[in-house]
Design a protein around this ligand. Structure first.
Ligand code: GLY
Ligand code: MN
Ligand code: MN
Length: 401
């Protein structure tokens, strides 16, 4: 992703802070490493900087700063050579780091207090850019700081715009769609390898490891989420993650998985017959789910809402008599997060969604979900995962039995 794209995103937030929030100052936190492996920054921070290896970093956005190059300031933890000998080398602040990040003003944490106070005295408004926490959750670090500033600088107002970044993030740029498309192509290689290798007697985790191998070979750094490989009755458990039981002849296996690329997720589900051929009954249910998927995809148009996509898919399942066997939502935005930021507004060109209807019949050991990733374009929906075999004929051919 070019550094200029991050710069233009920051410019847009600065412009919105200036026009809609009367020049309020915002502070975004990357978040701490807190044992996550590997570390991922808060997605709003990543969206505005592309920086994914600086836990503790902060981005100050001050639309009233007279010097344009100081309206976005990146604050980084101090260097600590002893810690870095264990955790990895970090670069000093200089022109090389400024060029790499495309940010003209980078400071260490110790300058935050002074810079933020100066900005607050000038603006008298501080803006929180994430959704409110519940009363029993911890205070977010920006609000904690804002409260301290308001106590010290009388007349300071704290405002919020939780929808600003979700609105931006929900319409992907061409570069972002290219990332998701690439992640999807790696995922396709994983599913093709799984389709070729699946047979009775394997364990679910062996299917998972086939996906792993293909994702790594395709240069994906990690799964976008914990994969589900559920065979037989496990295919009917919506959040099954055991992935440790044997694949039995005559059953289906449901695989819900996606590679990540460049920080962007893909998210695909396919349901396969372990013997390589669907039974008549499995096929009957499969065709209903596929029809529901296609109806949902058709509704992925600018001006529609996720609820319209859900209604279109659900109508097919309900008409077939299986409405009660489809207990989950039909899809979600996809991007830096697998369940990506969702603004309260209709779909726009550039939105990327999953559509993922399912029918679950535990009494018959049948659980079928099919999930595709769809780009909303001015010309209609574009299925980014269409070439992962998805019809009965395509799957049976890919499984080659
Ligand atoms: N794999 C997560 C989801 O489908 O939403
Ligand atoms: Mn999924
Ligand atoms: Mn999904």
């Amino acid at each position: 992703m070019p550094a200029a794209e991050y710069a233009s995103r920051r410019e847009r937030v600065l412009a919105e802070l200036k026009s809609k929030q009367k020049g309020a100052v915002a502070l975004l936190f990357a978040g701490d490493a807190r044992g996550e492996d590997p570390y991922r920054p808060h997605p709003h921070f990543e969206y505005l900087t592309g920086i994914d290896d600086e836990p503790g970093a902060m981005l100050l956005l001050d639309p009233n700063e007279p010097v344009a190059s100081r309206r976005a300031v990146l604050f980084l933890r101090p260097l600590d050579p002893e810690v870095e000998r264990w955790d990895g080398l970090r670069e000093g602040i200089g022109s090389s780091l400024r060029t790499r990040y495309g940010i003209a003003t980078i400071m260490r944490h110790r300058y935050l207090g002074r810079t933020l106070s100066t900005a607050t005295v000038r603006a008298k408004r501080l803006c929180c850019l994430h959704p409110p926490a519940h009363f029993d959750q911890p205070l977010s670090p920006d609000l904690d700081l804002f409260r301290k500033l308001a106590e010290r600088i009388p007349g300071t107002e704290i405002v919020a715009d939780a929808d600003l970044l979700p609105r931006m993030r929900a319409a992907k740029s061409p570069a972002e769609v290219a990332m998701i498309r690439h992640a999807a192509s790696i995922t396709r290689a994983g599913f093709l390898a799984a389709m070729r290798s699946i047979r009775a007697g394997l364990d679910e985790y062996q299917v998972e490891s086939t996906l792993d191998g293909a994702y790594r070979a395709g240069n994906s750094r990690r799964h976008a989420f914990r994969p589900i490989v559920g065979a037989g009755i496990n295919a009917t458990v919506l959040h099954y993650h055991g992935n440790c039981e044997p694949l039995e002849s005559g059953d289906l296996v449901l695989i819900d998985s996606g590679a990540e690329f460049g920080g962007y997720a893909s998210d695909v589900t396919r349901t396969l017959p372990i013997d390589g051929r669907f039974t008549k009954r499995q096929r009957e249910i499969y065709e209903i789910v596929l029809k529901a998927l296609d109806a949902g995809i058709k509704a992925c148009r600018p001006g529609k809402r996720l609820s319209d996509v859900d209604a279109a898919a659900r109508k097919v399942v309900t008409a077939a008599g299986y409405g009660d066997c489809f207990p989950h939502g039909t899809g979600h935005h996809l991007g830096l997060e697998v369940h990506d930021a969702t603004p309260d507004e209709p779909l726009r060109v550039g939105a990327v969604l999953t559509v993922e209807p399912g029918i679950y019949l535990p009494d018959e050991r049948i659980g079928i979900r099919i999930e595709d990733d769809i780009e909303v374009t001015a010309k209609g929906p574009r299925n980014l995962t269409r070439d992962v075999p998805r019809t009965v004929a395509e799957i049976e051919r890919a499984m080659g039995r």
